[in-house]
Design a protein around this ligand. Structure first.
Ligand SMILES: [Ca+2]
Ligand SMILES: [Ca+2]
Ligand SMILES: [Ca+2]
Length: 592
């Protein structure tokens, strides 16, 4: 930027009404320097004038008259907002930009707070359609040096159109690479309630001391009940295990390393030349082990939630690193009962947001706790932005949930025509007990939820004062509209496979990490940009429809009462790790 810098003081006298705020500018600028980029003026658009606006002066040619009318309108707005030079003060410069917009240039940077205050003043004028800070765009982030980043399409900017091949279409992603331009990666704590954690070079230095809440020794697989070591010893189920009544309803399976996978998505070391990238490379991971072999018990989950949030749990030392975000990527088919709901409410009361996966049973009700009131339930999308063949949806998702990419595997009648390569992130390569660390491609709503959790971590890094309500409202207000299609029907009981999301079925929209972070910097004045839904209509859809009129038939899986039952009996599902545990994994070769 070549514009000469003027001394700040003369400009300060510009805005009479804001004198006291402006006098605090140098101090404030210092305090916020590491928090947010300053705004270099405000871009403002006025509403179209009424055709008979009698305040406009008359005379002259039509074009001159129009220009004068516009000038009068702008002066009126600036004057009313205390920004005109009417009282002998220096006047901010106006510069036309875009269509029917002006950049109000104060010729000095505005702090985040100052920009928000000026924006509020301008927005209070009925003529003003919107106000946006002029932020300095930087060169798009150099691709992180992590060798697997190029395969991590879920971290890349939203892009593509129907003209592109599937691999080049990313209309459903959250846009983390774009959002990183706005991020400060300031410390933030994300609790992952899951199977525990394994050692991994891409988690080195990022894991806080956690706790192990798995109370039944047979499920715990670490030789005892609750303890202070949240290491994941493996949650494999063997034929020997199945001989015990404790394992009724379980199946033989390999260890999932589900906690490591979810943690890796949020906090993987990025730019370290190793493995993959993560969402937030300043956040710390609080591992709270609640799931062992064959799932998790509700009392262990509830105690784990409360401990993660810094609430007292009998018999456990207080958590010195309370989290504002609790990610729960597993669930059960029972309805959200009072035990679960009261824990969610307690967390909410201390400002802690629970983010939960919607479930993988293509049911029109999410699993719990995504079905609990006040939980941000997350539906899984494919890369094109419509619902995956397996994600559950509906219910409470409409009230407080949203959607993010989860990978779309080969299931459903449309199978591989619309499937993708899954989400690449960290895992462990052991079949039963921990072995070498590695990376995997995964599918499941388990992996959509941590994208929302990681986004909240970024929001709180930028603005730790955000309240529970602001976080949830900000995520939802900033979401991109769900895609539409002339060829795929909306999600419903009768059409539960790949389908078009609505706000009723998949929540407020597609997670937009960049906009959510912008909201965080100005929660009181944020206005979402106007965006039209992407219309999905391409040759792949024609191929899919030639296979079957819809992706899946009506789904018989129903949520039962809180006593359990349903397709999965009285047991909690194992973390929604069907990708990790039962789908073939295309393991990425380890770096040589
Ligand atoms: Ca233990
Ligand atoms: Ca343990
Ligand atoms: Ca890495």
């Amino acid at each position: 930027m070549t514009r000469p810098q003027r001394p700040a003081l003369p400009a300060l006298s510009l805005v009479g009404a804001l004198v006291s705020a402006l006098l605090a500018w140098p101090l404030q600028a210092q305090a916020e320097a590491s928090d947010a980029p300053p705004a270099r003026g405000l871009i403002v658009r006025l509403k179209q004038p009424l055709p008979n606006d009698s305040l406009y002066p008359r005379g002259g040619g039509a074009r001159t008259r129009e220009a004068r009318q516009e000038s009068v309108r702008w002066q009126r707005v600036l004057g009313a907002a205390g920004l005109s030079g009417a009282s002998g003060r220096a006047e901010p410069r106006l510069r036309p930009v875009g269509r029917d917009q002006q950049l109000i240039d104060f010729e000095r940077p505005l702090s985040r707070r100052e920009a928000a205050s000026l924006r509020d003043k301008l927005m209070s004028r009925p003529e003003v359609e919107w106000v946006e800070p002029n932020l300095r765009e930087r060169r798009l982030q150099t691709t992180p040096s992590d060798p697997l980043f190029t395969q991590q399409w879920w971290l890349q900017p939203a892009s593509g159109s129907n003209a592109n091949v599937l691999e080049a279409r990313l209309r459903g992603v959250s846009g983390f690479q774009t959002a990183w331009q706005r991020a400060n990666h300031a410390p933030s704590v994300v609790a992952v309630l899951d199977t525990g954690i394994t050692s991994h070079p891409d988690l080195a230095g990022r894991v806080l001391p956690g706790h192990d809440f798995v109370s039944v020794v047979e499920y715990a697989n670490d030789g005892d009940g609750r303890d202070a070591d949240a290491s994941d010893p493996g949650d494999y189920v063997s034929t020997t295990d199945l001989a015990s009544d404790l394992f009724a309803g379980c199946v033989v399976e390999r260890s999932s390393w589900h906690g490591t996978i979810v943690a890796g998505m949020v906090v993987a070391n990025t730019g370290n030349g190793t493995g993959g990238a993560g969402i937030h490379w300043g956040a710390s991971l609080l591992p709270v082990r609640v799931a062992g072999k064959c799932g998790a018990d509700v009392p262990d989950i509830i105690d784990g939630m409360r401990w993660a949030a810094g609430l007292a749990v009998a018999g456990v030392a207080p958590n010195p690193n309370p989290a504002r975000i609790v990610n729960i990527s597993f669930g059960g088919n029972a309805a959200c009962g009072p035990a679960y709901q009261s824990a969610v409410d307690e967390l909410r009361a201390v400002g802690v947001v629970v983010v939960a996966a919607a479930g993988n049973e293509w049911a029109s009700q999410p699993t719990r706790p995504a079905s609990c009131s006040g939980v941000v339930g997350v539906v899984g999308l494919n890369r094109d932005g419509f619902k995956t063949n397996y994600s559950s949806f509906g219910g409470q998702i409409a009230v407080s949930g949203m959607a993010a990419v989860a990978g779309d595997d080969d299931d459903g009648a449309w199978g591989s025509v619309l499937s993708d390569s899954g989400l690449v992130t960290l895992t462990n390569l052991g079949g039963s007990v921990p072995a070498a660390s590695g990376y995997a491609r995964l599918y499941g709503t388990s992996f959509a939820a941590p994208q929302v959790a990681g986004t909240i971590a970024h929001m709180l890094s930028l603005n730790p004062a955000l309240s529970f309500d602001q976080i949830v409202q900000g995520l939802r207000a900033s979401a991109r509209p769900h895609v539409t299609s002339p060829k795929i029907a909306e999600c419903s009981d009768a059409n539960p496979g790949r389908c078009i999301c609505t706000t009723a079925s998949c929540g407020a929209g597609i997670l937009d990490a960049d906009q959510a972070m912008l909201y965080a910097t100005m929660p009181d004045s944020y206005v979402a940009p106007r965006r039209l839904p992407e219309v999905i209509d391409n040759i792949d859809l024609d191929k899919a429809l030639a296979l079957a009129p819809q992706d899946r038939p009506a789904n018989a899986v129903q949520v039962t009462d809180s006593s359990g039952g349903g397709a999965f009996g009285g047991f909690w599902l194992l973390a929604l790790a069907f990708a990790a545990s039962t789908l073939p994994l295309l393991r990425t070769p380890r770096r040589r």
